[in-house]
Design a protein around this ligand. Sequence first.
Ligand code: AMP
Length: 290
Amino acid sequence: MKTLTRVAEMQAASAGLRGAGKRVGFVPTMGALHEGHLALVRRAKQETDVAVASIFVNPAQFGPGEDYLNYPRDLARDSDLLQREGAEVLFAPPAEDIYPAGFQTCAEVGPVSAPLEGEFRPGHFRGVATVVLKLFHIVQPHRAYFGRKDAQQCVVVSRLVRDLNLAVEIVVCPVVREPDGLAMSSRNAYLNEEERRAATVLYKSLCRARELMQGGERRAAVIADEMRRHIEQEPQARIDYAAVVDAETLLPVEEVRGRVLVPLAVWIGRARLIDNLLVEEKDGRFSFQL
Ligand code: AMP
């Protein structure tokens, strides 16, 4: 595996790969890698010729007072994991290379950035869209792999790609979970033993929502209220949102019809965790991705 730290080196490498007719698969990450990230690398390896992973803790997507400075970083360990997974290139640029002095241009995706994460983390998706657009220009991938754990991010990035005619195909991959259902996340490292147990409340409340729909419940308000009631029973948990929204527009729905997303953001101790359930209803039959 080649490790490249400079933007110019990565640009030269991608030009070389494209010139040689290789199909490039790209997995952007912020590091502190876990099985969720590695599943994306595996998928990129299966579907393309060269898997490029990036590690960049993007300051622009953290708000003031968020965990940018404390975000877990371990490049040596991450590099080892990527090497073992068979990634061909690791791109790990310093922040000064991505945001040089005088930087003043941003990508702003419209209404799909506004609710949910956008409401609780103002400016977050401007930071995400900007860095993803820059990374796509630098790495020049044919395909880019994202996890559905960050469902709104997938919607925002897909919108960015369509709206700006970017020649990259976005592949959305399933949520990878711990054996007890907790979605894997670099932020799970913030949890102590008791909080780690409490954190399963996110998954359990999504299971509860699924159970209600399997029982024929379609009313969004009933489903969201039941999830909130369930989460509030966990004393360690503090809800930012628990919603039932259209999977494309991310706007609230009254009833579960077509493709619907059930996203959650819940604080457990100092960790802000997100998770979601994707529901597809067709002719009165539901299918679920959890
Ligand atoms: P991050 O390092 O948190 O920015 O995540 C990098 C990529 O990995 C994003 O596309 C995430 O959605 C994805 N990812 C993170 N955790 C998981 C997970 N548990 N399952 C699937 N994908 C994940």
